[in-house]
Design a protein around this ligand. Structure first.
Ligand code: AHM
Ligand code: MG
Length: 335
């Protein structure tokens, strides 16, 4: 009898919690777990093989694609394709959404949105990177063509979301709307094992996480909130600590465990910030809300933002309830 619980065992145990308990979502999560292990293996040996560096092509946002971005994208899509539960994939690395096989013959009921390798510019310097995923139920009937309705769903319609962090250890953290659980990969047995059950984000944090290099381009509300974080006040433990890795997954993972706020605000050059709503902001918002935290664009709930485009961007203020509420106060008072 093993003392630990693997991701596979946990998913099967929790199957009864799922809204459509036919085992499809369980299989989908299992497939994502398998792809994560394959990507983890490649990332671990990134410095050893000729896989570092640019692949020479660009994605739709004009960012150069790293070889590992492309590799991770292919692995996740291949796992979703062979698993048979996913009909459409939205990926940061693909300009259009990808219909798995023919959408008319496809009986699969789930849409998956992916950032296959977030923070990939950090690979070259051995800082943690991650995969973010978001799962929706298909809206169109099986046997019919998929539509925009399937991919442009509100964040509140997510049935599951999670991330994998390839860091000092590799972890998979996910929610299906019944709390958040974290699993650490044990490389000796090749299994994700439940290590962080029922994760909750501390309501009051003391860490703020933002790229302050962009300070002069921030709106007044953000500038004044940063100054508030830096003011001396023993009652509120200020000045707060600043931490920013440049990998959203790593920064949110720290926020989930230690509390704090992660901000990617609007800037003068990018009115909606940088991060993408469907496969970065919404899944992280779902996880943090499920852990008792809050996710906002500075004024309103991330998961209620209307989704008009596949690669739509949104500003994000996410983390400990008290810190996000305070940042929102500054946004509405000064912006
Ligand atoms: P990516 O998906 O192209 O890797 O970009 C997203 C990343 C986030 O992980 C991170 O929080 C942010 O971009 C960092 O951006 P910046 O360098 O502007 O601070
Ligand atoms: Mg990303």
């Amino acid at each position: 009898m093993t003392a630990f619980k693997t991701l596979g065992q946990f998913i099967i145990e929790r199957q009864k919690d799922f809204p459509y308990a036919k085992g499809e979502l369980s299989r989908l999560l299992r497939d994502i777990g398998i792809a994560a292990k394959i990507v983890n293996r490649e990332i671990n040996k990134a410095g050893l093989v000729d896989i570092l560096g640019d692949a020479g092509s660009s994605n739709i946002q004009g960012e150069s694609q790293k070889k590992l971005d492309i590799y991770a994208n292919e692995q996740f899509i291949a796992a979703l394709r062979s698993g048979g539960e996913c009909c459409i994939v939205v990926s940061e690395e693909n300009d259009e959404y990808l219909v798995i096989d023919s959408d008319i013959s496809n009986e699969a009921n789930y849409v998956v949105a992916l950032d296959p390798l977030d923070g990939s510019s950090n690979i070259d310097v051995n800082v943690g990177v991650g995969t973010i995923f978001s799962i929706y139920r298909r809206k169109s009937d099986t046997g019919k063509h998929s539509t925009n309705e399937d991919v442009l769903q509100l964040g509140t319609e997510q049935v599951a979301a999670g991330y994998v962090i390839y860091g000092s250890s590799t972890m998979l953290v996910y929610t299906t709307g019944k709390g958040v659980n974290g699993f650490t990969l044990d490389p000796s047995i090749g299994e994700f094992c439940l290590s962080h059950p029922n994760m909750t984000v501390p309501a009051a944090g003391t860490i703020y996480s933002i790229n302050e290099g962009n300070y002069i381009h921030f709106p007044d509300g953000v500038k004044k909130y940063i100054k508030y974080c830096q003011v001396e006040d023993p009652d509120t433990n200020r000045p707060y600590t600043s931490r920013y890795t440049g990998s959203m997954v790593a920064d949110i993972h720290r926020t989930l465990i230690k509390g704090g706020i992660f901000i990617y605000p609007p800037t003068t050059g990018a009115k909606k910030g940088k991060l993408r709503l469907i496969y970065e902001c919404n899944p992280m918002a779902y996880i943090i809300e499920q852990a008792g935290g809050k996710a906002s664009d500075g004024y309103k709930r991330i998961m209620e933002i209307e989704v008009r485009e596949l690669h739509q961007r949104s500003s994000i203020f996410i983390g400990s309830m008290d810190m996000v509420l305070k940042a929102e106060e500054f946004m509405s008072s000064f912006s």
